[in-house]
Structure formats: C-alpha cells, structure tokens
Design a protein around this ligand. Structure first.
Ligand code: GLV
Length: 328
C-alpha cells in the first residue's frame, strides 16, 4: 500500500522526521529555506498533510490550489496563521499544539516580567559596554515585583499559569480581564479577581498579555490604553504580534509614559518596529516563550501525532474543527 505524502514546511527535530517517515512519504524543509507562497503551494501538490510552525499562512486561496490536502498540523498553540473557517468549508482538518507548552510559556512570561521590571537587559548592556565605574544608590532602580499588582489580559491556561506564579510565588495581587469569567474554583486557585479592562490598566503595576490573536483582539493595547496605565507600569506581550500597537508603544516608552515593556512577539515579525530598537526601556526576545528543548519536542510530537492520528487512524488528538472528521 502506498503511504500518504506529507510536507514538513520548516526544519524540525530529526527524530520527528524519523517518526513521520515510518507512516508517510515525507518531503521536508530541513535546510529551513524560506519558501514564498508560490513555492509552498507547489511543494504541497499531492500532499495529504502539512506540518506547519505558525509562519505558513493556510487560507482559502492556498486550499483551492492544494485539493489533496486533508490536514494542517500546527506546531504552535496559536493558530492565527490558519483560516479555520476556510479549512472547515473545504473539509480540511486543522490541529494545534495546546497544553504541552503552558507551564514553559508561563515561566517565560514571568522571566520577561522580572527582566523588564528589574531592568536586567539594560543594566547588562551598560556593564558589557564598560560603563560601570562606580556603584550608586539609584543605579538601575526598577519596579517592585513582589507584593505589586499583576494585571493579566487573557486568562486561558497560560494566563492562569502566570497568575499562579505571581500570586503564590511573589505574593502579588492578581486582577484579570478575559472574554469570559473563570469559575469561582479557578479564580480561587489563581487568587485572581475579575475586573474590566480599564480598571486593570489603571491599577496594575505589571500588565501581561496572553490573548489569542483575532481581528477582535487587534491592537488590544494602543495609544488610548497605554495612556490609562501608570507611568511606573510595565507591559509584557507573550501573546502575538498585533495585540499591541508597536508604534504607539514605542512612543509611550520613549516619552516614559509607561516605565518599560518586555516583548516576545511583534507586528510583522521577524521585523521589529525600528523605534523599539532604539529605546532602552524595552526587553526584546525573538518569539521564544515556549523554547525549551523538552517543550519544543513535545510540541513537535503533538503535531506529528495529529498527522499520524488523522491520516493513519482517523483520530487526531487536538482538532480545532472536529466537524470535518469523517466528512470527506
Ligand atoms: C507560539 O507562539 C505558539 O503559539 O505556540
């Protein structure tokens, strides 16, 4: 029997490719070449599945050009690169990689908060540049973390992980805003109080963004929201580029309308707004919140398991549009 053909669109662990090769005829991009859209469409011809990483846009136009495609498995929890509606309309299954990265990403959110509030990058650059000539009482004095107010926008699994770290580890008062309120049990577990977005922005010392990107969450934080924040506050974005208006943020940082920001994601990444590169009070990391070896392996395994589960056994693990299963 011939094996289904799949495409692995970006470089992954060799072990992941070996696992996939036991079930599929695999074409991979292990040299991690940058394919433009036409090349991706060409590579997808005759493929029943594709392993994506979040940088490949799967939409109606691509699906129309790749009629044999049955599943797109994203090695990411976020899936704003997928037009799930268009995929459902074509009977193409979409899967993502939830849960396996929750704690690692929450760890990173907290690391970024600490680095930003305590000015770790800025002070390290100062030291490396040979500028440290003497100790002084106010050198790199930052914002308090323990006991301060942590505001979380987006209280899914990762947001809850950040809340628990803040409340239980650092004695922070946690307020959150979300599309829907958590159950009283979950609120108690996270020691978190539900508030409106405006109250959160006005009262939090540290605002952490963990909302999925959708057209409705575009520029959740823009000039008007930044103006509500305390001048001593920090803003942390571990969600997606486009949740923050990066141009407005650069102005707010430059004019010290907020104290600092920590950003792991950017509008139009890997490009970064040039003004953000010039301000000292921002910590910038290249979309690495889930990047530990065990977690990235677990994400790759889950994407592979979804391809194997669906194309071999008809049973994906984490489908986003389960209605298409068996419909084609
Ligand atoms: C990373 O950004 C993810 O969505 O997994």
């Amino acid at each position: 029997m011939t094996q289904p053909r799949i495409l692995v669109a970006r470089a992954v662990f060799p072990e992941t490719l070996e696992r996939l090769a036991r079930h599929f005829e695999v074409e991979s991009n292990q040299s991690d070449e940058s394919w433009d859209r036409a090349q991706l469409i060409q590579k997808l011809q005759g493929k029943a599945g594709v392993f994506t990483t979040g940088s490949e846009r799967i939409d109606a136009e691509l699906l129309a050009a790749c009629p044999q495609l049955r599943i797109c498995a994203n090695m990411a929890v976020g899936y704003n690169n997928f037009d799930v509606e268009a995929m459902t309309a074509r009977g193409v299954l979409a899967t993502n990689a939830p849960d396996v990265l929750t704690e690692t990403t929450a760890d990173f959110g907290f690391a970024l908060l600490m680095a930003t509030a305590r000015r770790i990058s800025e002070s390290e650059h100062f030291l490396r540049a040979g500028q440290w000539k003497k100790w002084s009482y106010d050198m790199f004095a930052g914002a308090e973390v323990h006991g301060s107010t942590l505001g979380i926008i987006g209280m899914g699994r990762i947001g809850q992980g950040v809340a628990k770290r803040g409340a239980h580890g650092f004695g922070m008062k946690v307020v959150y805003h979300n599309r829907s309120r958590l159950s009283p049990e979950l609120e108690a577990e996270c020691k978190a109080r539900y508030v409106g977005k405006e109250e959160l922005l006005k009262t939090a010392d540290h605002v952490v963004l963990v909302v999925p990107y959708t057209p409705a969450s575009h520029h959740t934080i823009g000039a008007a929201e930044l103006a509500l924040m305390k001048p001593t506050a920090t803003l942390i974005n571990i969600a997606r580029g486009g949740i923050v208006d990066d141009a407005a943020l650069a102005v707010a940082l430059k004019e010290r309308r907020i104290a600092a920001a920590g950003l792991d994601v950017f509008e139009g990444e890997p490009k970064v707004h040039p003004e953000l590169l010039t301000v000292p009070n921002v910590v910038l990391t290249p979309h690495i919140a889930s990047a530990t070896v065990p977690t990235r392996r677990a994400m790759a395994d889950l994407a592979a398991d979804n391809l194997i589960g669906y194309l071999v056994n008809g049973q994906p693990l984490t489908p986003l549009n389960p209605s298409v299963i068996g419909a084609r």
